[in-house]
Design a protein around this ligand. Structure first.
Ligand code: PEP
Length: 253
């Protein structure tokens, strides 16, 4: 079995001013920096405005910085968007794509994601593709169907030999920001199903691809969730706003 390095990412969403971002880093970095290749990889995903500062503060610490979105075109008349090159220039080494809040509130589509993921990869950014079912879809027993559609579409533009370089975050919508966590078994099953979808494209990539769980991960439940065989890390929202809580989740990995 491939030795997959867990990835713990802090998704700040639309939180923290530049000053607050600095205070967070001042508190967090001494707790999680320079932990070596054996320890979990750590990413912070700040809003675009504080991203350059966070990247500057994280430089040389082993902690990566990711954008929360990106457009697939290189440049042009796309008001409000940022490109892969702009993220790289600002110091990012990764990008979150297809977060359920972007799908729900900002019209992000599978078609757009099919273009964004390979553009991010080609630019040298680590793409974190988010997928997950709603409460109603789970109730209707459509979880696998939804995951299949989102994973197959999101990875459709990625060549088989590069699939292992993508991170997929399984984030059931009903567990995001609700305090309702998927059970370790539900999360492990869904992550295993996602892995099987990648393996159906390329067996080796199925072993390599890292699959995170996201949805109300906290210091109290991190160890159990992260101990599951199919779960290779966590995408953390609410608990990632507090440096102490986030450091505890990183320690649990
Ligand atoms: C997220 O924003 O991706 C997330 C999982 O949020 P929370 O941890 O607050 O549920």
């Amino acid at each position: 079995m491939a030795d997959r390095r867990p990835l713990i990412a802090a998704n700040w969403k639309m939180n923290k001013t530049i000053g607050e971002a600095r205070s967070f880093c001042d508190e967090l970095l001494p707790e999680v920096e320079d932990r070596g290749e054996e320890a979990a990889e750590v990413f912070i995903c700040p809003p675009f405005l504080s991203l350059p500062l966070v990247a500057q503060l994280c430089a040389g610490t082993g902690i990566g910085v990711a954008g929360q979105n990106m457009y697939f075109e290189e440049s042009g008349a796309f008001t409000g968007e940022v490109s892969a090159a702009m993220l790289l220039d600002a110091g990012a080494t990764g990008v979150v794509l297809g977060h359920s809040e972007r799908r729900q509130f900002f019209g992000e589509t599978d078609e757009a994601l099919a273009r964004k993921v390979p553009v991010a990869l080609d630019a040298g950014l680590l793409p974190i593709l988010c997928v997950g079912e709603s409460d109603e879809e789970r109730e209707r027993d459509e979880t696998d169907q939804v995951l299949r559609r989102q994973v197959e579409a999101g990875l459709s533009g990625v060549p088989d030999d590069r699939l292992g370089g993508v991170v997929v975050a399984y984030e059931p919508i009903w567990a995001i920001g609700t305090g309702k966590t998927a059970t370790a078994e539900q999360a492990d099953d869904a992550c295993g199903f996602i892995r099987s979808l990648v393996a159906a494209r390329d067996t080796g990539a199925g072993e390599l691809v890292r699959i995170q769980y996201g949805g109300s991960v906290k210091p109290a439940n991190a160890e159990e969730l992260l101990g599951q065989t199919e779960i290779d890390g966590a995408l953390v929202g609410g608990a990632a706003l507090d440096p102490e809580d986030f450091a505890a989740i990183v320690a649990a990995a």
